[in-house]
Design a binder for this molecule. Structure first.
Ligand code: NDP
Length: 369
């Protein structure tokens, strides 16, 4: 593909603007009216806490149903995202850029002193735009941070499904494509089933909403995590039975560690007495869990996520590094994030954290790192 043609494909069109606008409008309406468990967020510095309506799963299933029905009636084409991938990418990028300029301007003007809306202005325009000014900015009562994560995760699934439809139409559907689609779909569905766990993650509780997060949620997650699918559209892979079984095992082990670790911490934060693996939890300083996965490594949840990421790429075989973009990126991100979280926890928990480090010396992978 020559560069001129590639650039041409990147030019946003009104169609891609309409697709994005429809998607966001649907999410805003569905998120506001569909039923869902209302979950209190963590207590913020000023003692306040936000509440999140976790209706992502029902919003997702309804949207899948609506798109399916619209395709049956020939109103939309299931391959529209796969066919217009690059222009959707550039449109979403432009949207992220513009929306973060607005967030910057609104944040700077805010006179709110509450933890969620208090402006954090360093004076360095680039820094403030990149990292954001406010912790939890809202628009028409919608928590934008929660909204964008949801949009990114759903966008990832819809890109995959469209690529899947394209491979069926092209007659290139392979075992590799099915495995990739299955693993990603299960991961995304699981994310929405456990959407409430998101309310206590680092992004939600500690990062301000700037270009870094908005771009990460809306562009990076959906468009780069789906690279394997795009790659499989034009590359044939013959997976042997043993490789397919090993691939499934990587997914299952990754899932058990990832979900198990995140669930143990989430449940522990709500009730520190709930048994872990059948025994009363071991706790230090009344605050840090040392049982279960949290007694094996200080961030076992990252290990699970890395195994899952690997399982999404293994269906593509070993002939090219391109489908391994996601696990490689995640490895770098999680090592960096673990260091930042370590520094945050060392400052917050002080001697309790030092004791935790002694009891659980491994950061992510026991005996290796
Ligand atoms: P964690 O869910 O690991 O949260 C870290 C926080 O948990 C710490 O700051 C501390 O917060 C608390 N904590 C740490 N150790 C303990 C302990 N032993 N007992 C009790 N509390 C503890 O971090 P993230 O939010 O970074 O990750 C959440 C999930 O999201 C992970 O599974 C990660 O893999 C995934 N993720 C995926 C990404 C992707 O691109 N696929 C990107 C980023 C994350 P406190 O002050 O509340 O105690």
């Amino acid at each position: 593909m020559d560069l001129g043609y590639l650039l041409h494909l990147l030019i946003p069109s009104w169609n891609s603007v309409a697709i994005l606008a429809l998607f966001f409008t649907y999410l805003a309406v569905a998120g506001s009216i569909l039923p869902g468990k209302v979950v209190p967020g963590v207590i913020l510095q000023d003692g306040s806490r936000l509440h999140y309506r976790c209706n992502g799963l029902i919003s997702l299933l309804l949207l899948v149903g609506l798109v399916g029905a619209a395709a049956k009636l020939d109103i939309v084409s299931l391959t529209v995202i796969a066919d217009r991938g690059l222009e959707l990418l550039s449109t979403t990028f432009l949207f992220s850029f513009l929306v973060t300029l607005v967030l910057y301007a609104v944040g700077c003007k805010s006179s709110n002193r509450g933890s969620s809306l208090k402006p954090h202005v360093s004076g360095n325009l680039l820094d403030d735009w990149w990292f954001g000014i406010q912790l939890n900015p809202q628009f028409m009562g919608i928590d934008l941070k929660f909204f964008f994560v949801r949009a990114g995760m759903m966008g990832w699934l819809f890109i995959n499904l469209s690529v899947f439809a394209r491979s069926i139409q092209d007659g290139t559907l392979s075992q590799s494509m099915i495995l990739f689609q299955l693993f990603c779909a299960l991961y995304i569905l699981d994310y929405f089933i456990h959407e409430e766990y998101m309310t206590s993650t680092w992004d939600i509780i500690a990062e301000r909403l700037g270009f870094m997060l908005v771009f990460g949620d809306l562009v990076w997650i959906p468009f780069t995590f789906s690279i394997q699918g795009w790659w499989l559209l034009s590359n044939k892979v013959e997976l042997g039975t043993a490789a397919a079984i090993a691939n499934c095992c990587t997914f299952v082990i990754g899932y058990l560690v990832f979900r198990g670790a995140n669930k143990q911490k989430h449940v522990f934060k709500k009730d520190p007495k709930v048994p872990i693996w059948g025994n009363p939890p071991r706790v230090i300083g009344g605050k840090l869990l040392v049982s279960g996965y949290w007694g094996i490594a200080r961030h076992c949840n990252y290990l699970g996520d890395l195994l899952l990421a690997l399982s999404f790429s293994l269906p593509c075989g070993m002939s090219s590094p391109i489908p391994y973009f996601y696990p490689i990126y995640l490895l770098i991100l999680l090592i960096w994030r673990e260091r930042r979280d370590e520094a945050r926890c060392a400052e917050k928990y002080r001697e309790i954290w030092a004791e935790y480090r002694t009891l659980v010396p491994w950061r992510i992978l026991p005996y290796i790192y």
